[in-house]
Design a protein around this ligand. Structure first.
Ligand code: SF4
Ligand code: SF4
Length: 205
């Protein structure tokens, strides 16, 4: 019947309008900003850089590999790799980003940077109240502005953060096992091979 869909839509709207006076479940909106709907875990807007511990510079997971910069479709990430190295989250010496900027006025929230990062170092945030009249200072974020602790990641995306923590713990255990094995090998070789001085003294005898 002509107009049946429109009639159905109007009936549904009327049911919600009248029903909202009797049941809060009929309300599809809230009085923002006084009231806020809880965000679902899959919410995402702009990326942030994850760090471990209390010091964002020491704990930054990003190693400045620039993969995300290359893969970002609108090219809104700018990275300068450091000249020196610092220990990463698993104690391995790594480069770090001397400069890491994201122009969030260009970012399209595609999450490709997150998908390609091999170090669990960049994740999508849920912070959305970001309006500003300062185009350059307000929307061009540097690494200090982008850095957030792993605890924050666990708060906004608990499921993904738990998986990420498990992955890093597994990698850390592997690195520690490797270091332990290397240490044991060294100790064994020290036990089986006499020190050079002793060896030299022995040969003179
Ligand atoms: S965020 Fe990840 S992919 Fe991007 S530079 Fe840092 S380590 Fe590399
Ligand atoms: S979310 Fe997409 S557009 Fe935004 S910085 Fe990451 S790769 Fe670039």
């Amino acid at each position: 019947m002509l107009g049946e869909g429109i009639a159905k839509g109007l009936v549904e709207t009327a049911r919600n309008f009248i029903g909202s006076y009797f049941s809060k479940n009929r309300l599809t909106t809230v009085q923002y900003p006084e009231e806020r709907l809880p965000q679902i875990e899959a919410t995402r807007d702009f990326p942030f850089l994850v760090y471990d511990g209390d010091d964002w510079q020491a704990g930054m997971r990003c190693v400045g590999c620039q993969i995300c910069e290359k893969e970002c479709p609108p090219k809104c990430i700018y990275i300068e790799k450091s000249k020196d190295k610092k220990p990463d989250a698993v104690g391995k010496l790594q480069f770090y980003p001397a400069v890491f900027n994201i122009d969030v006025s260009v970012c399209m929230s595609c999450q490709i940077c997150v998908e390609v990062c091999p170090f669990e170092a960049i994740k999508m945030d849920t912070e959305f109240e970001l309006s500003t009249d300062n185009r350059f200072g307000g929307l061009l974020w540097d690494k200090a502005r982008l850095s957030k602790p792993n605890a924050y990641y666990g708060k906004v995306h608990p499921t993904d953060a738990a998986a990420s923590d498990a992955l890093l713990a597994e990698e850390k255990a592997k690195v520690e096992a490797k270091a332990k094995a290397a240490g044991e090998t060294k100790t064994n070789s020290e036990l089986t091979s006499p020190p050079l001085a002793t060896s030299g003294a022995t040969s003179k005898q």
